[in-house]
Design a protein around this ligand. Structure first.
Ligand code: SF4
Length: 485
């Protein structure tokens, strides 16, 4: 897979179709919609999240919070009384794209005159009140650090105000109320924000400084998920393995990331634990040892390298050299031989020479990632690299990106071929979207696999890989699936 990076903006792959069956007790109904027969019903809200997995999960939390406030979910924008676009500022032209999306959605106001449209998240935090001027159809702007106040903002909007709220707020501690999009696999945020200040990245400016949720709260959330039937949790953070390192921050200084993994893995009913995104500087022996020791922790690590030349890494302020990265990966692979390593890359960073770019190609050849997320550099507001302009011409960036992708496609194909004939433990998710009358699930290394059954969603099956279909593994059941419900 090759697309946009994660801790700097990975595209979200939805975990599944909406399967929301929420039994909640509304605290109060904020708005009601009057119908022509005089009846009224709860106001409906449509939430769409752009960007990375953290944003996607925040979208789930925002929706959960609004359902608890008495809203009903609208599955399409044209059925909504309130549309919330949870934005991502990492990619190029983010503001422009969001403004044109609001313009398109605002046409719905012709038929639904009470419709309110708002932005939350990183673009809202970064551009604030100026967005109201750019998008006349916009009714509210709520920054990533203020989303906890969205319900009160909506009350003011319902009273006729156009509202901007980008002031700092408390963490959106609503994990238990999240309206999750999947019934087997759940995201759980463990650490918010980032202190690393990579020179190209807007995240520390929009999401603020690193903040770890208390371990007891995280474990309690995971227990609730297990009780609801979830089997897999993915712990989320911009630098998830930094958890517990900050004085007075994550885990109240008492629980480090390996210990958090152990506590989450010990929750009854949780069969698999994943975590994204890891920072290379925090891939230490404790984490490697936890991956070896804890059977629930899957053999998968997303570890952005970003560039293959030390000079580039220094300008990016990444805090490690290529040799240090490689030595950590070597230790990881020695202890966890089957680990699938996934990485992120930026091409065309200011001043990137052909020689530096070739060093990136060399690193990709040497490290043999299972997949990468790669994108062309574009300056982001507030960042240090913004001052250096964008001197690499677009055709050069495009050509370098293509060379990188071609190399990675070959490596990924070779990696796929090497899996044919192997046995893989698969968590069965349901019917395949690609092959009729087939099931689909994921391996421990996060590979999708299609097979004819028999098995039930939620079961773990051992499959033998028999082939590859358009980049997806194909297999057959090699051992009777175990029911884990
Ligand atoms: S500043 Fe660096 S480590 Fe932090 S989110 Fe951005 S790219 Fe990731």
């Amino acid at each position: 897979m090759v697309c946009q990076p994660d801790c700097s903006g990975r595209l979200f792959e939805p975990m599944g179709q909406p399967t929301i069956d929420r039994r909640f007790t509304p605290r109060f109904v904020l708005m009601s919609t009057c119908h022509s027969d005089g009846s009224s019903s709860k106001a409906t809200v449509f939430v769409h999240a752009f960007g990375c997995q953290m944003n996607a999960h925040e979208g789930e939390r925002l929706l959960g919070m609004l359902l608890d406030e008495g809203y009903q979910e609208a599955l399409t924008p044209d059925a909504a009384d309130v549309i919330v676009l949870h934005t991502c500022a990492v990619r190029e032209h983010a503001v422009h794209k969001v403004v044109s999306e609001v313009g398109r959605l605002a046409r719905l106001k012709n038929a639904r005159t009470m419709l309110k449209i708002g932005l939350t998240g990183c673009v809202a935090q970064s551009d604030g009140a100026s967005l109201l001027g750019m998008a006349p159809g916009l009714d509210f702007v709520v920054g990533s650090r203020a989303v906890v106040r969205l319900p009160s903002v909506l009350r003011r909007v319902a009273a006729g105000e156009r509202v901007v709220d980008v002031a700092d707020g408390e963490y959106l501690e609503l994990g238990l109320a999240a309206a999750r999009r999947d019934s087997l696999r759940a995201y759980v945020t463990v650490i918010e924000g980032c202190d690393k200040f990579c020179s190209f990245c807007i995240v520390p400016y929009t999401r603020g400084r690193e903040y770890g949720r208390p371990a007891s709260v995280i474990v309690e959330e995971v227990r609730g998920l297990a009780a609801e039937g979830f089997r897999e949790v993915t712990l989320l953070g911009q630098t998830v393995n930094a958890y517990g390192r900050k004085e007075g921050g994550a885990g109240e200084g008492e629980v480090d990331f390996p210990e958090l993994l152990a506590r989450v893995s010990a929750v009854d009913g949780i069969e698999r634990v994943r975590f994204v995104t890891s920072h290379p500087n925090y891939l230490g022996e404790g984490l490697i040892e936890a991956m070896v020791r804890l059977p629930e922790v899957c053999e998968y690590m997303h570890l952005p390298l970003q560039a293959g030349a030390d000079s580039l890494l220094k300008r990016m302020n990444r805090g490690y050299t290529v040799a240090e990265y490689m030595s950590r990966v070597e230790r990881l692979r020695a202890a966890v031989p089957d680990v699938a390593l996934v990485s992120d890359f930026i091409v065309g960073f200011p001043g990137e020479s052909e020689r530096e770019f070739r060093a990136t190609l060399d690193a990709v050849e040497a490290l043999r990632f299972a997949s990468i997320f790669a994108f062309k550099y574009s300056p982001r507001p507030h960042t240090r690299a913004e001052r250096w302009g964008d001197p690499i011409p677009e055709p050069v960036k495009a050509e370098r990106l293509e060379r990188l992708l071609v190399a990675q496609r070959r490596i990924a194909d070779e990696h796929n071929q090497s899996l044919i004939g192997t046995l893989q433990e698969v968590l069965v998710e349901g019917e395949s979207s690609r092959a009729p009358a087939h099931l689909e699930g994921r391996t421990r290394t996060q590979r999708r696999i299609i097979f004819p059954g028999p098995a039930q969603p939620g079961q773990r099956a051992t499959l033998r890989v028999t082939g590859i279909d358009r980049g997806r593994l194909v297999g057959r059941v090699a051992a009777t699936p175990s029911h884990v419900a």
